[in-house]
Design a protein around this ligand. Sequence first.
Ligand code: F6P
Length: 373
Amino acid sequence: MSKYVGVLTAGGDTPGLNAALRGLGKSALGVYDLQLIGFYDGFRGLMNDRSVILDERRLSGILTFGGTILGTSRDKPHRIPVGDKLLDMTDAMMEVYEKHHLDVLVCIGGGGTQKNAYRLMERGMNVVTIPKTIDRDVARTDTTIGFDTALGIATDAVDRLHSTAHSHHRIVLVELMGHNTGWLALGAGVAGGADVILIPEMPYDTNDIAEAILDRVRSGKRFSIIAISEGALTKESAAKRDALIAKKEKARTNEEKEAAKAKILEWEATQANKTLTLAKNLEVLTGLETRVTILGYVQRGGIPSARDRLLATELGTTAASLIANGKYGNMVAVCGEKLKPIPLEKVVNRRRTVPLKHSWIKAAKRVGTCMGD
Ligand code: F6P
């Protein structure tokens, strides 16, 4: 008997989501005789039962499109904004799942989506997930859909900034996305030959960066490119954040927890302009004119790279095969050259950060890149 499969895309969009939907859908329909229903705008569309039958016609011609034909949102099933309240709408989602006689829901998303899918699984839904995010920070998978395209865009930016930094004898800081992990800034920094790379995993000392830039000046290089991750912090800020998190973890009563959370939010607000602050400090310390480029959402836009299309097609089709075999409760993960199902409980509440001994860090240091530490 044919199975009914729901699918949604959730969290920040990335190039390659449509390729994943196409891979999942074409193999589901063509090979495994499954029926596919898409829900719009992530978990919100599931809650509101806004759906579309994903037939052959709808799945055709989307391979190269950026974004997601289903739309997305950052809504979490257990905290959906309704009026001025955040409500747990998991039961409403369960009703829609049952109304459509779904056998399984496929959730395509980053770390947050894996967790949300796991929550739905705990309430009784069958789920299968596919990892996507330009941050490449989902646990237990070597990579994620969207990272390769974003890496190409970010590297292109670092390349292009070289000629203008060189012509004006300036320091140029390019802030790259990545949330609290440094994969994107590190990858683009190494590939683009940035002189300084700053990532959240390695808190930096501004004086050390200034000294590295002055060393370059002394050797006749009057410009420097800094690839900085949006989550990178000074050593002092990182210590402050760690102390606040430790306090939150020690909090016993609800009041203590709320107060600790408020302190963290307060601290986060002080970090809003940290790349601009670093630029100003470096200008003072080095005497070089300094400029900042915040690359932003351009890193998530446009046509997916060949590698992302390939990955998305492999992950989508593998998800369909897992469903056909009734292997629910798994994320399809990349492990070396292979794709493997990883139980969701091993994925959630973890983040894949850059290990300090990673070969990209070693390579960066060996070509003389300052990592700010
Ligand atoms: O997770 C992908 C990402 O682009 C991060 O790199 C960035 O911190 C975040 O999303 C931005 O989120 P939003 O799209 O909600 O502004």
